[in-house]
Design a protein around this ligand. Structure first.
Ligand code: BGC
Length: 385
């Protein structure tokens, strides 16, 4: 296949990705994580959704991303009283059990649902603040975005993170709630920075909330220094292992300066230890569905290559992701060409069915990387719909 045809294929998958995402977006604005997958059906995650919205917003569909951000802001606004109650208890010195803190996923009408989950995760709220800030910078108050809700939701998220940012919690992979994870800290740091520096959001905050956010940012900065080993960021504080989610601590979150030695060493360590034949694993001890390679993480690697000026390497990542699409142009959560723990694969299939496909976060990350590389975007959303 010549280069031109390959580029057309890459663009077609961007159009398809946009369609997969928007055709599954609910009337309420939520993005389902994976519409048909047994364990995710009926739920929207702040983490997945924020990155999906970033891809859709970059692709030029301001209305879809705006509707998602408004949905998140409403979910949070509806819980402002609950959050303020939690904060008051914490300020009185009471231990607030994790089960009473905000969940990681919601039903499409903003409810909690009745399925048990590994719920206490803080990263999604930081990632949402970062993503809504990026969206407003890019598109302003475009159709679909309800400013009153965005302001209230922003203030609620900031107060929540200011109060609880230093609690150990489950990570991006909903594991190890006994640890403090660098990618979680990176998400919170990016969110609080965005909310306190973007003029479209910062007016939602009182002086006291801005001051508390500054303190939290300092605290995260100090903790980050403890999460470095062999020159790179670590999966959690106290280990030397890496995790591919650390890529986000460089681009887009900038927890460490993108040009620092720590950033370079982190991207290199993830690539050296977790990238096999072009596809990125989550972490070395992963057993979920046998521990395959994740398209969305390969897109994060590509994003990091692209912003560091390694365009060819970034394009390789985009091509690898595109090659994982099914004949229908759907991207899965993970693929099984290279498994770290093959013996565990069947056990997950028996439990939850075959790998989640399509996973909307995979499509969202494809859009992020495709637009970063100029393979898609600049108004493509209109043409694609
Ligand atoms: C992943 C999470 C993700 C969720 C929904 C889980 O298996 O570990 O990162 O948010 O699926 O896609």
């Amino acid at each position: 296949m010549n280069r031109r045809n390959k580029l057309i294929d890459l663009e077609a998958l961007a159009q398809r990705s946009h369609r997969v995402i928007t055709s599954n977006q609910t009337p309420s604005g939520a993005y389902p994580a994976s519409p048909a997958f047994s364990a995710y059906r009926g739920y929207c995650w702040f983490r997945d959704g924020a990155f999906i919205a970033e891809g859709v917003s970059r692709y030029g569909d301001a209305a879809s991303a705006g509707a998602f951000h408004t949905w998140c802001a409403r979910v949070l606004s509806d819980r402002t009283g609950h959050v303020d109650g939690l904060i008051a208890r914490a300020e009185r010195g009471e231990h607030v059990p994790a089960a009473e803190l905000l969940p990681t996923r919601y039903t499409f009408d903003g409810g909690l649902g009745s399925d048990p989950w590994w719920d206490f995760q803080l990263d999604g709220y930081g990632t949402w603040l970062w993503a809504v800030s990026e969206h407003l910078r890019r598109h302003g108050e475009a159709p679909g975005t309800d400013d009153a809700y965005i302001q209230k939701g922003t203030a609620t998220a900031v107060r929540y993170l200011n109060a609880f940012w230093d609690r150990p919690c489950y990570d991006w992979w909903e594991e190890h709630d006994e640890h403090r994870h660098l990618s979680t800290l990176g998400s919170i740091h990016a969110g609080l920075r965005a909310a306190t520096s973007n003029p479209a959001l910062m007016d939602a905050l009182s002086d006291a909330e801005r001051a508390a956010a500054a303190e939290a940012l300092d605290g995260i900065g100090s903790l980050t220094a403890e999460g470095v080993a062999d020159g790179h960021l670590t999966k959690w504080i106290g280990t030397t292992d890496v995790d591919a989610s650390l890529l986000a601590c460089v681009e887009p979150f900038g927890l460490v300066s993108r040009t620092s030695a720590t950033a370079e060493a982190t991207v290199r360590a993830v690539e050296d230890q977790l990238c096999v034949n072009g596809g990125v694993h989550r972490y070395a001890a992963d057993t979920f569905y046998g521990g395959g390679q994740w398209p969305l993480l390969t897109a994060f690697l590509g994003w990091n290559h692209a912003v560091a000026g390694r365009r060819e390497a970034a394009l390789e990542c985009l091509r690898w992701v595109a090659e994982q699409a099914t004949d229908d142009g759907e991207l899965p959560e993970q693929v099984d060409h290279h498994l770290l723990a093959p013996d565990y694969r069947q056990e997950w299939i028996d439990r939850w069915g075959t790998v989640a496909t399509p996973l909307l976060w995979s499509h969202g990350m494809y859009l992020v990387l495709a637009t970063e590389l100029g393979v898609a975007g600049n108004g493509s959303a209109g043409a694609a719909s």
